[in-house]
Design a protein around this ligand. Structure first.
Ligand code: NOJ
Length: 763
């Protein structure tokens, strides 16, 4: 039996009126409904479903409408209004079998309202705040007719040279997994079929963050143990949380591109993990199999990809061109095509599109008059989340918070740059709607104090870099150079600083510097800005650095010279207000680093949970014949989990409920957290475990639990964690998850280095 909207269509009813009708009985039996649809489909119609196409380039609007009506497209991406999507859905419904398409987009850390970038969200260590950001993204994206987001991006990254470090949630498998689960649940809401949900397509499967040398799109060569222990858990968490889609990574894994990797997509993803959704290629990844050198031509590339398990090919015409011939020759079985089609139809079914193809597009009369209307933004939520994402790295002599009086000099190329506030992948965000730091500080100060401003420097004076960053936007360049000479700009900034009581310098990277294809060899703040900082330092005025960047930067000079450092990443639409809230003490900073900040680029990879070695460097002992770099201090400049508050938080009285844990047993860990400082505030208590002896080498420590706690000034509270055997388990040499008997050390701290310790034995 046909869905009612199809019967209605045939009877000449308008699509909008049909959409409101209740579903038919067969429609409520997903397997039967999809099987009966596949039975009716021609090979060409099936292949059409496997294509995920973007408007633009060789697919202008008119052409895409024709292709949709011919049943040659399964889904589209990159259109973001109901008005744009409606005619496309109508065209798809005019195809012979009237199969709806879905609409996807990169809603990664915001849709119309932009939240902090992934690293910023992770810095909150607050799953509720992160869920808020995900829910708002889903509400805004679905209200624009979108059904799927290419998110969350959960690639663990330990090499900040990689530009996409900004998009992810940092270096730690446990923290990133928790966030992965939270984001999927937030995007998909009560059900992916709900009108205000979008289907999550977790990416980039797999191990994209481990590309060699941080060079984007490069190779990954990794032991299976490391994969399973460290890099795969976040994808697994997203899938266990019900992500409807998986986007397959552009990198290769141990010699086989992910897009042609049967082990990855069949054995691991579907067989071992039980994934039931749709696997999408990344942009053009199937034709890239030729350049990887595993396919001699498009035909072979299409064959490898479909056999490996790529259900939908993104922005790629090879499935359309090659699959008919491959099926006719018997190289690809109809069953293999059907398996992919089943997943595509399945995800559309789960999105509720067969019940109502206009579920998220709605009817034209309800379209917003202005898609960018202020009323469509969620500024309050964005400000609250952004405040939590800011990490106070230094605060000498209580330089911060600043008093709202006197004269404050605000300088730096990022102090008043609306587009950079949004960070990369800012979806449908509009730069002029984002609050810059300058605006945020003006709003906070009103007439109470004077804010004087000078740009002071360009992001960089390196023309080659500027040209690279503006590559895709010649007409509307993102990095706009101030034509004045560096000397004049610095002189102006110094003059402004000299008249002020304190300097706030907003420096770091432009958003494009921490983006796809923006790998760097250096973690330095560009020289133009460093020269500005050196000149400001010479004024002798207190110097507050507000960093905006999408990766850990080299902060040695900053640490040695600044009076306070606030890491703000790219903090989104309400970033300027959020940063001002912290600078003036209207919000007590509570963020913690989700990624280590190395001392130098040569130290990379720097991550806290590294494996133990036979000759470890031991603090305070000679370094000779130990595993370290002899000309630099060992360990990160700022460790994972680190971040200050305007209060002082203290931990004491670590206790275990028992010196032993029985098999399948549990053990309680308790500690007292006290806010010993002068202000109310919040911090994150972190629990790490160290497995003392095991059948394989174990990390020096691993995060196993955390809790963000708000305490009033002077308040103390007992914090309890419950550990179970599962928390002690790891992946052994046979790739089995096991917990081995023996001694474990519990470490509790407010960062990964300063910890209290207690031990217990697993029996
Ligand atoms: C390529 C990127 O790698 C991926 O993250 C993104 O989702 C797609 N392009 C679509 O824009």
């Amino acid at each position: 039996m046909k869905p009612l909207y199809l019967l209605g269509l045939m009877a000449g009813l308008s699509l909008q009126s049909i959409a409101a009708e209740p579903p038919s009985p067969l429609l409520d039996d997903k397997p039967a409904f999809i099987a009966s649809l596949i039975e009716k489909m021609t090979l060409d119609e099936k292949i059409g479903q496997l294509r995920l196409i973007s408007i633009g380039g060789d697919m202008p609007r008119e052409r895409i409408l024709g292709e949709l009506a011919a049943g040659r497209i399964g889904g589209t991406f990159n259109t973001v209004t109901r008005g744009d999507n409606r005619p496309m859905q109508e065209a798809a419904l005019r195809s012979r079998l009237h199969i709806p398409i879905f609409f996807a987009y990169d809603v990664v850390h915001g849709h119309r309202t932009i939240f902090p970038i992934g690293l910023g969200l992770a810095s909150s260590w607050d799953l509720e705040a992160i869920a808020t950001s995900g829910r708002v993204q889903a509400i805004e994206a679905s209200a624009d007719g979108l059904d799927m987001t290419f998110a969350p991006m959960v690639d663990i990254s330990r090499d900040p040279r990689w530009g996409r470090t900004s998009e992810g949630f940092g270096e730690d498998p446990y923290l990133v997994s928790q966030i992965a689960r939270t984001m999927v649940q937030a995007y998909q809401g009560k059900s992916p079929a709900a009108a205000d949900s979008v289907t999550a397509s977790v990416k980039h499967f797999a191990l994209y963050g481990a590309v060699e040398g941080g060079r984007d799109y490069n190779v990954v060569d990794m032991s299976p143990m490391r994969m399973h222990q460290d890099f795969l858990p976040p994808y697994r968490a997203a899938i266990d949380a019900g992500a409807g889609g998986v986007m397959v990574a552009l990198n290769s894994i141990n010699g086989v591109p992910a897009s042609a990797n049967t082990w990855l997509l069949q054995d691991l993803l579907r067989r071992d993990w039980g994934f039931k959704g749709v696997a999408l290629s990344d942009h053009g990844a199937i034709s890239e199999l030729i350049r990887h050198g595993v396919a001699k031509d498009g035909r072979e590339a299409a064959r490898l990809a479909i056999k490996a398990g790529i259900d939908m090919s993104m922005a790629d015409s090879l499935y359309l061109q090659e699959l008919p011939g491959l099926v006719n020759s018997g190289e690809v079985g109809v069953g293999e095509i059907d398996a992919a089609v089943r997943e595509v139809l399945g995800v559309k079914y789960d999105m509720g599109l067969f019940h109502d193809p206009f579920r998220r597009i709605g009817s034209a009369k309800d379209d917003p008059a202005d898609v960018n209307a202020e009323s469509r933004l969620h500024r309050k939520a964005a400000r609250e989340v952004a405040r939590q994402s800011l990490v106070l790295l230094e605060n000498n002599d209580r330089t911060l918070p600043l008093a709202k009086r006197g004269t404050i000099a605000l300088v730096g190329p990022l102090a008043d740059s609306p587009i950079d506030m949004m960070g990369s992948w800012s979806a449908a965000g509009v730069a002029k709607q984002s609050v810059t730091l300058r605006q945020g500080m003006l709003d906070a100060l009103g007439s109470k104090a004077e804010l004087s401003y000078a740009r002071g420097a360009n992001i960089t004076d390196d023309k080659r870099m500027v040209d690279y960053l503006n590559f895709l936007n010649w007409d509307n360049p993102e990095v706009v150079q101030d034509p004045r000479s560096p000397t004049d700009m610095i002189a102006e900034a110094v003059a402004v600083a000299e008249r002020a009581d304190v300097i706030v310098a907003a420096v770091g990277e432009s958003r494009g510097m921490s983006h796809e294809a923006s790998s760097r060899t250096s973690l330095q703040i560009p020289e133009s800005q460093q020269a500005l900082l050196r000149a400001l330092k010479k004024t002798g005025k207190p110097l507050v650095l507000v960093l905006m960047n999408g990766r850990p930067l080299d902060l040695n000079w900053a640490k040695a010279n600044a009076d306070a450092i606030l890491e703000t990443w790219f903090s989104g639409t309400e970033g300027g207000h959020a940063i001002a809230d912290v600078l003036f003490g209207d919000y007590n900073p509570s963020g913690k680093l989700p990624i280590s900040i190395p001392r130098s680029v040569g130290q990379i990879p720097t991550y806290y949970n590294h494996l133990r070695v036979g000759r470890p460097y031991i603090e305070g002992k000679p370094g000779n014949y130990t595993s370290q770099y002899f000309e630099e201090q060992t360990g990160p400049l700022y460790p994972f989990g680190y971040g200050l508050s305007y209060s002082q938080f203290e931990l004491s009285g670590l206790q275990l409920s028992s010196p032993t844990m029985a098999r399948n047993g549990e053990l309680d860990v308790s500690v007292t957290l006290k806010n010993a400082g002068p202000r109310d505030g919040a911090t994150t208590v972190q629990l790490y475990l160290r497995d003392e002896v095991a059948s394989v080498i174990r990390p020096v420590k691993e995060l196993k639990a955390f809790r963000k706690v708000a305490l009033k000034a002077g308040e103390a509270r007992e914090i309890r964690f419950r550990l179970s055997e599962n928390d002690l388990a790891f992946v052994n040499a046979q790739l089995q998850r096991v917990a081995e008997p023996g001694e474990f050390e519990v470490q509790i701290g407010l960062d990964s280095e300063q910890v209290e310790r207690a031990s217990f034995t697993l029996q």
